[in-house]
Design a protein around this ligand. Structure first.
Ligand code: NAP
Length: 274
């Protein structure tokens, strides 16, 4: 049996998901077809419906459809309802089900890299879908000392804090208020780039971010060479990681949802560097 999978986005041509999932399928001994679908927003609903009606097993959702796809599913995981973002769809008994593996994939990659975020001060740059997913996962599963958020559009920081502010463990703080907290909060231990700034050029952010020599810089974006965020961050510290690890981990969690098989991720991450 050949399983039909795919990733839908706009644009989608640079997606590495087919390469990753084909490698996972080889490990699992499964035959799959995994295609890229470049679909505009107006056609998304019809595309999802027809993909599954025509035998589709699972879909990955990427920019800019992570929010809008939720309108076209029958059920969704609690995390998806909370952050209103999904990156994985599957057909189940109750119809099309939406899950978000971005946040859990990010935490898994931190675990693999032995980056412990408990009791750490974290600064997240960005307040879009990816920032929402990772902050939500951090707040639900970990106990950092503080999470600050900085974003180009200030109103989105406020919206995000309102959305995630009722967490049991920790409430994110607007980084523009750091001065008010600096007597209680040490420098940032981890700075995470969850923006799409600098993908096609140079990255820059305000330079007076409070960091120390051991601060870890983690870029959700990835590239074959050093990313522009990590290039910018190198003036502060050389502890930098790009988002390939997270990409592979979130894909592995999608694959597990589709086939109940947990692929080995190490060799696949190496494949992406080739
Ligand atoms: P999104 O929802 O469109 O959010 C984009 C974010 O980037 C917003 O905070 C936006 O700020 C900011 N931004 C964009 N251009 C900017 C600029 N020129 N200057 C300053 N800020 C800018 O996108 P997303 O889904 O959160 O994705 C963000 C990044 O994470 C992308 O590069 C994506 O590829 C990456 N990502 C990686 C993985 C992985 O597995 N490694 C998974 C998910 C996402 P405003 O609010 O001001 O517009």
């Amino acid at each position: 049996m050949i399983h039909k999978l795919g990733v839908v986005g706009h644009p989608v041509k640079h997606s590495l998901s087919p390469k990753i999932h084909r490698a996972f399928a080889r490990q699992a001994g499964l035959e799959i077809i995994y295609d890229k679908y470049d679909i505009e927003d107006a056609e998304l609903g019809l595309f999802i419906k027809e993909f599954f009606a025509n035998g589709g097993k699972g879909l990955n959702i990427t920019i800019p459809h992570k929010l809008n796809c939720i309108k076209y599913v029958d059920t969704a995981a609690t995390a998806v309802k909370r952050i209103m973002s999904a990156n994985t769809l599957i057909t189940m008994e109750g119809g099309i089900f939406a899950e978000s593996t971005d946040g859990p994939g990010f935490l898994k990659d931190l675990y693999v890299k032995e980056i412990d975020i408990n009791k750490k001060n974290i600064l997240i740059l960005g307040a879009g879908g990816a920032a929402k997913s990772i902050i939500s996962s951090i707040c639900l599963g970990k106990k950092p000392d503080s999470i600050f958020i900085s974003n180009r559009t200030q109103s989105k920081v406020n919206e995000l804090i309102k959305l995630l502010g009722t967490d049991e463990y920790i409430t994110p703080i607007d980084f523009s208020e750091y001065e008010m907290h600096k007597d209680q909060v040490r420098a940032m231990d981890i700075v995470i780039n969850a923006t799409s700034k600098g993908i096609d050029g140079k990255f820059s952010w305000e330079d007076d971010i409070p960091v120390h020599e051991e601060t870890i810089f983690y870029d959700l974006s990835y590239s074959k060479d050093q990313t522009s965020f990590l290039e910018w961050a190198s003036k502060f510290s050389n502890n930098g990681f790009d988002g390939k690890g997270m990409l592979v981990q979130q894909a592995a969690l999608s694959f597990k949802l589709w086939f109940d098989f947990s692929p080995s991720t190490e060799e696949v991450e190496e494949l992406l560097n080739e």
